[in-house]
Design a protein around this ligand. Structure first.
Ligand SMILES: C[C@@](CO)(OP(=O)(O)O)[C@H](O)COP(=O)(O)OP(=O)(O)OC[C@H]1O[C@@H](n2ccc(N)nc2=O)[C@H](O)[C@@H]1O
Ligand SMILES: Nc1ncnc2c1ncn2[C@@H]1O[C@H](COP(=O)(O)OP(=O)(O)O)[C@@H](O)[C@H]1O
Length: 289
C-alpha cells in the first residue's frame, strides 16, 4: 500500500455481487437491492491547492470534456457549497476501465469530495458528503462511506456487513456499456421481491441487468461463459465487466493466466473498509496529533 500520508488519495473500484431491481421511484430511477463489495485496487488522485478559485484537471480523460468530468463537478460542488475561495489542480492516475460497472467515475467523485473536505477544511461529516455526492451519481454515497455493504433505494441506503475473505478476477470484455441505456430498456425485469439481508447467499441471487446486457453484447456473454467454467461468476452493475470469485489470490492468478489475451483483467481482494476510508482516517488522526 502507498504511504498513508503521501499526496495520493485512493479511488477504489466496487463490485455489485448481486443486483435486484424492485421497481422505480417517482423520478423514474430504479429501486435496487445490491451488495457493494469494496476492492483494494483502483485509481488515485492528487490535489495541489491554489490561491485563486480555479479548479482544473492536469490529466484530462479522453472522451470526457473537463466540465463533465465527475472530478471537476465534485470539486465545484464542494467549493460552492462551503463558500471556499481557494482553488485546486487535480491529477488523476487512471487504471479502472470506464463504463465497466466497477464505479470508476463515481469513485473519483467520492475521493475528490473526501480529500478536498480535508484539504479545504470544510468540516463536513461523511453523511453530509454522501448527500452532496448523491447529486453527482447514485454510486457516489457508497464510496464516501467506504464500506462493503448491502444497499437499497437507488443505492444510498447502506447497511455495512462483513463477508468472508474473497479474491476476485475482474475481466473486461473491452466494450463500454452505458448505465442510462441499460436502465432505459423496456425488457428489463423490474419486479424482484425484496430479500432479507441475513438470508443472503450468492447462489440465490442474480444480476437483473445481466440477461439484457449479454443479449445485447455477445462479447459479455462469451466472457461470462468462459469464466463460469472455472468459478462462480457474474456481471457487475450494468456491465460490461464480469467477475469470478475465488478463496485465494493464487487460484485467481491461475485462471487469469489462462484468460484469452483479447480480454484484459485485474485481480483484487474484497475488503471490508475501502482504501479511501483508511486514508481519510489516517489523515484525520495525523491532524489531531
Ligand atoms: C446500477 C449501478 C449499481 O452500482 O451500477 P453501474 O453504473 O456502476 O454499473 C449504479 O447504481 C448506477 O449508478 P451511477 O453510475 O452513479 O448512475 P447515475 O449516473 O446516477 O445514473 C445514470 C442513469 O441511469 C439511470 N439510473 C441510475 C441509477 C438507478 N438506480 N436507476 C436509474 O434509472 C438514470 O437514467 C440515470 O440518468
Ligand atoms: N472521472 C471519471 N472517470 C470515469 N468516467 C467518468 C469520469 N467523469 C465522467 N465520467 C463518465 O462516466 C461514465 C461512466 O463511467 P464509470 O463510472 O467508470 O462507469 P460505471 O458507472 O459503469 O462503473 C464514463 O463513460 C464517462 O463518460
Amino acid at each position: 500500500m502507498d504511504n498513508l500520508l503521501d499526496d495520493w488519495w485512493p479511488s477504489p473500484a466496487k463490485l455489485n455481487l448481486f443486483l435486484h431491481i424492485l421497481g422505480r421511484n417517482q423520478k423514474g430511477y430504479h429501486l435496487l437491492q445490491t451488495l457493494f463489495q469494496m476492492l483494494d485496487v483502483g485509481d488515485r488522485l492528487a490535489f495541489k491547492l491554489t490561491n485563486d478559485a480555479k479548479i482544473s484537471l492536469s490529466t484530462p480523460l479522453k472522451g470526457v470534456p473537463e466540465e463533465e468530468n465527475l472530478i471537476i463537478r465534485a470539486a465545484k460542488l464542494l467549493q460552492s457549497t462551503c463558500g471556499i475561495s481557494k482553488g485546486v489542480t487535480i491529477t488523476l492516475d487512471k487504471h479502472l476501465p470506464m463504463g465497466g460497472g466497477i464505479g470508476g467515475g463515481s469513485s473519483n467523485a467520492a475521493t475528490t469530495l473526501v480529500a478536498l473536505n480535508e484539504l479545504w477544511n470544510c468540516k463536513l461529516n461523511n453523511t453530509q458528503l454522501a448527500e452532496l455526492g448523491l447529486a453527482l451519481g447514485a454510486d457516489v454515497p457508497i464510496f464516501i462511506h467506504g464500506q462493503t455493504a448491502f444497499a437499497s433505494g437507488v443505492g444510498e441506503q447502506i447497511f455495512p456487513i462483513q463477508l468472508p475473505s474473497q479474491w476476485y478476477l475482474v475481466a473486461n470484455p473491452g466494450i463500454h456499456v452505458s448505465t442510462a441505456e441499460v436502465f432505459a430498456a423496456p425488457e428489463l425485469p423490474r419486479n424482484a421481491s425484496p430479500i432479507r439481508w441475513d438470508n443472503y447467499k450468492f447462489e440465490e441471487t442474480r444480476n437483473d441487468c445481466q440477461t439484457f446486457v449479454t443479449n445485447r453484447h455477445p462479447e459479455v456473454a462469451k466472457l461470462l461463459q468462459w469464466l463460469v467454467h472455472y468459478a462462480p461468476s457474474r456481471m457487475t452493475g450494468t456491465g460490461a465487466c464480469v467477475f469470478a470469485t475465488f478463496a485465494t489470490e493464487a487460484q485467481a492468478m491461475e485462471i487469469q493466466a489462462k484468460l484469452p489475451e483479447k480480454w484484459t483483467s485485474f485481480i483484487a481482494k474484497g475488503v471490508e473498509q475501502s482504501p479511501l476510508k483508511i486514508k481519510q482516517q489516517a489523515v484525520r488522526a495525523a491532524s489531531d496529533m
